[in-house]
Design a binder for this molecule. Structure first.
Ligand code: GLU
Ligand code: MG
Length: 442
């Protein structure tokens, strides 16, 4: 406990849900030991609360009880009066009353995907989320992307954010005034998959908190407006064996892609249309995933290509020693921050594991504008245009035998209900109105 807090002060136990929101219940700090075991009460129907208020109809209604058990290794307790930042929360796992992981606990889904990858293939995944977002507290002007002038207009915000992130135990990597007016990008150092998802949650909340302390707002919506640039979440990742040794690079194979990484990526690419609705989970997400937006529109592997579904990231080879093997990694580009980071990583790991199970051949990398190639030729290259809307992405998920097996039918059914309710909320709105709603919700 921070010395500044009384033992009656409240710590909020939170879970990252299908709406990409953190919801939970607070308890006095003095109940920490007791609640570490029994958790706080939770309700199944909470999984059906959309980011806009309406609750999707489900099978639970008012029935059922769960426990939200805090994992105190994730605790954030930070109070900086100068920044008006005061946060005390802990991330939890949703369990059944028997103490088992609940099917719709997304952190539990990630933990089980991590276990399967380790048990079946002796591998672990390390990841870092690269976040883009919109900061409202500066004077916006088109044309100032990446400029020192844009950085200056952001005032105290970037330094405060870097400080707060660091005090939370995350390691700041880079900050950039991104291309769009008011758009920023912040990256942190990688972590093991579970911690990387925890870090993504913390980064989003702290960004919002620091902005609020400056009487501004940070929005992680995938699209601020239909004519503007998207806010992506690019997931950087690599594989290690259980001793921590890198297994991604093989200088003798095409593009340096090891056999293991090749099969893992092939699984991710093949199944991408089936899990896209988990990583790009909003109606607005599909305004972003179109060609020429530097996001991702196909399930292709690209080298140094900022429009590929998955990109092999560049490695600087001009240093004094060759550390290609350490630095060699990949980037999944079809995600955004309307998604729970736990579900994003669970999907990527499950799909990659399926590729390893089937010992799929490594994918060929593309080096061309895929919009110029017709669908048959793309199909011969094992590439397809990603679903064009949330509803078509949900249909692919709904009919995926792999998804039912990987996540269980309860999660699939609950997710479909939740997201179809969200689509109904957006039904009669213009693209501009949809973007406004998502900008407020995220
Ligand atoms: N804003 C782009 C997106 O929506 C990404 C730009 C970049 O950082 O490459 O993913
Ligand atoms: Mg960027």
């Amino acid at each position: 406990m921070s010395s500044a807090r009384k033992d009656t002060d409240l710590v909020m136990v939170v879970t990252s849900d299908m709406a990409g929101q953190l919801r939970g219940k607070a308890m006095p700090l003095r109940a920490r030991d007791h609640r570490s075991v029994i958790g706080v009460g939770w309700t199944p129907t909470n999984a059906l609360i959309t980011a806009f208020g309406p609750i999707a109809t489900g099978h639970w209604g008012a029935l059922g009880d769960l426990m939200l058990q805090p994992d105190f290794s994730t605790m954030i307790d930070i109070h900086i009066p100068d920044y008006q930042v005061d946060e005390c929360f802990v991330i939890g796992n949703v369990l059944t009353l028997a103490g088992d992981p609940w099917d719709c606990c997304l952190r539990g889904q990630l933990m089980s995907a991590i276990d399967a990858l380790r048990e079946k293939h002796g591998l672990v995944l390390t990841a870092a989320f690269e976040h883009e977002f919109h900061y409202s507290g500066c004077q916006e002007q088109p044309g100032l992307g990446y400029s020192l002038r844009a950085r200056r207009r952001l005032g105290a915000f970037p330094d405060r954010l870097s400080d707060v992130i660091d005090r939370c135990g995350l390691v700041p990597d880079t900050f950039m005034p991104e291309y769009g007016p008011g758009q920023c990008e912040f990256t942190i150092e990688p972590n093991n998959a579970l911690r990387a998802a925890d870090d993504a949650v913390v980064l989003r909340e702290m960004t919002r908190s620091v902005a609020r302390g400056l009487d501004a707002r940070a929005s992680f919506t995938p699209m601020m407006d239909p004519a503007g640039v998207g806010n992506g979440v690019h997931v950087h990742f690599s594989l290690q064996d259980i001793n921590g040794a890198q297994v991604n690079y093989d200088s003798h194979r095409p593009h340096g892609l090891s056999q293991i990484a090749g099969s893992f990526l092939a699984g991710m690419l093949k199944l991408m249309p089936e899990y896209l609705c988990l990583t790009a989970p909003s109606v607005a997400s599909y305004m972003r995933l179109v060609p020429y937006r530097w996001s991702a529109a196909y399930n292709n592997l690209g080298i140094q290509d900022r429009e590929a579904g998955i990109r092999i990231c560049p490695v600087f080879q001009g240093g004094t020693q060759d550390d290609t093997e350490d630095k060699f990694h990949f980037e999944y580009r079809a995600a955004d921050a309307a998604a729970s980071p736990y579900l994003v990583l669970a999907a990527l790991i499950r799909a990659g594991t399926a590729g390893l199970d089937a010992a799929l051949d490594a994918p060929e990398a593309t080096r061309t504008d895929l919009t110029m190639i017709d669908a048959d030729e793309l199909s011969a290259m094992n590439i397809e245009r990603l679903p064009l809307s949330l509803e078509s992405a949900l249909q692919r998920f709904a009919t995926s035998a792999w998804a039912a097996e990987a996540f269980g039918e309860t999660l699939v059914d609950t997710y479909l209900r939740h997201k179809r309710c969200e689509i109904a909320v957006m039904q009669d709105l213009s693209d501009e109105e949809i973007c406004l709603k998502y900008a407020a919700a995220y």
